[in-house]
Ligand binder design. Structure first.
Ligand SMILES: [Zn+2]
Length: 108
């Protein structure tokens, strides 16, 4: 998988863990693990292109998943059937590919 795409997938995984922790423990002081996770998130964000981070944030702010898998040629965010060429591009995991219907980042 392309390094930048792998970073974006990792960023989302960390963000989801942090969101879950904040839901489970809304008033608690951030734990050492959570603080370390936030540091890793900042590091990953700094290594991604700003337009990609901006687009990612728009989904996250809407409480949506920004990076989704392609399964059987379908975006798993909106279940749009991707054109064959685009599905093949996403399957290659060679860079950023967005769903033409919902705009989410795709990987396989
Ligand atoms: Zn989609």
């Amino acid at each position: 998988m392309d390094e930048s795409l792998a970073r974006l997938v990792q960023l989302q995984e960390y963000d989801l863990i942090v969101r879950e922790q904040r839901i489970l423990n809304p008033r608690g002081a951030p734990s050492k693990d959570l603080t370390a996770m936030l540091g890793r998130i900042e590091g990953l964000r700094g290594q991604l292109p700003t337009d990609v981070v901006g687009r990612y944030d728009r989904f996250v702010q809407g409480d949506k998943i920004a990076v989704v898998k392609v399964v059987a040629g379908q975006c798993q965010g909106c279940f749009f059937r991707l054109p064959t060429g685009l599905a093949a591009q996403a399957k290659a995991n060679a860079g950023f590919v967005n769903c033409p219907n919902c705009g989410r980042f795709l990987y396989c």
